[in-house]
Ligand binder design. Structure first.
Ligand code: GDP
Ligand code: ZN
Length: 292
């Protein structure tokens, strides 16, 4: 049998991987040179005469989420991510600097970002005027914001619609409601775990990233490691590239290596002064820049 077919990697499973193809879950052994295969990869595979399935190639990726392993070497965690859902809440109170870091990391991945303000029910009690201003700035520069109450299930239909046929991950600080949102998106998650248990390895207790199919043809990739996605060490150029609102002003500063901090004739500083760019975001940019 030599017909090559495209499938998608659900998760790594020891030396093997589980792939999904035509609604079936198949256990495959990657060829040895494909050691870096990861959750979310599109692959070709074939079945040999003995009935064993082999991954033959990994198709080109749009992006790769990596994490340093215990030796500090980057390890592939997940691939082909279209959408990063960044969850914030009113309690724990939002850290806008952390949200900026998530947005920069998302822009650099690169992937689309969606801000989800969960626990919308706590806004009246906890959202300060300053916080509301900060939140409005993100919308002003073009980021979409969805309001959800994961406990009640409200806003989930809009979240599903925003994911559509995309492959999404959910990130955010602890306690904002990531698990609750994932549970709302994946009511049948337990079934998937059960299916994997049938492959003879006992319960699937690994913390490897997992690909979950959503009813709307999209996918959610999830694991503790994926939720911990954050901004790694970046250069100044990368940091600036991560600020999507700076893009229209690219090449307009007097100095082409302008840091947008102290230089004269800086298009970014002028745009902030003219209220064309949001001031709180810019102040936090200066903090992040100083921390590099
Ligand atoms: P995670 O750490 O980001 O995964 O957050 P969890 O999903 O575990 O949620 C943390 C806490 O927030 C839990 O006690 C949830 O019940 C609660 N929670 C989740 N969504 C909402 C919401 O919309 N409103 C309120 N008031 N609480 C919520
Ligand atoms: Zn500048």
């Amino acid at each position: 049998m030599n017909d090559l077919v495209t499938a998608r990697v659900i998760t790594r499973f020891g030396a093997d991987v589980l792939i999904t193809h035509a609604n079936q879950t198949i256990r495959c052994t990657p060829k040895r040179k494909l050691e870096h295969i990861a959750c979310g990869d599109y692959v070709t595979w074939e079945e040999n005469a003995q009935g064993n399935a082999t991954i033959t190639t990994i198709l080109p990726r749009t992006n790769v989420l990596t994490r340093p392993d215990f030796r500090g070497k980057p390890k592939n965690i997940a691939t082909n991510i279209d959408l990063v859902i960044i969850v914030v809440s009113w309690r724990p109170s939002p850290s806008w600097e952390m949200l900026d870091r998530y947005l920069v990391a998302t822009e650099l991945l690169p992937a689309q970002a969606l801000i989800v303000m969960n626990k919308a029910d706590l806004a009246d009690e906890y959202a300060s005027a300053d916080d509301l201003k900060c939140l409005a700035e993100y919308e002003h520069i073009g980021y979409s914001i969805l309001y959800t109450q994961a406990k009640e299930g409200s806003g989930i239909a809009a979240l599903r619609a925003a994911i559509g046929a995309k492959t999404a991950i959910v990130v955010g600080q602890s306690g904002v409601g990531k698990s609750s949102l994932a549970a709302q998106l994946l009511p049948e998650q337990e079934i998937r775990v059960g299916e994997i248990a049938d492959t003879g390895e006992g319960r699937h207790t690994t913390t490897n990233a997992m690909l979950y199919a959503l009813p709307e043809h999209g996918f959610l990739i999830d694991s503790p490691g994926v939720r911990d996605f954050s901004l790694s060490a970046v250069t100044r150029e990368q940091l600036q590239q991560g600020y999507s609102e700076f893009r229209p002003y690219q090449f307009q500063c007097r100095f082409n290596n302008c840091t947008h901090a102290h230089e004269p004739h800086c298009a970014i500083k002028q745009a902030v002064a003219a209220q064309q760019l949001p001031p709180h975001r810019y102040e936090r940019y200066l903090n992040l820049l100083a921390s590099l």
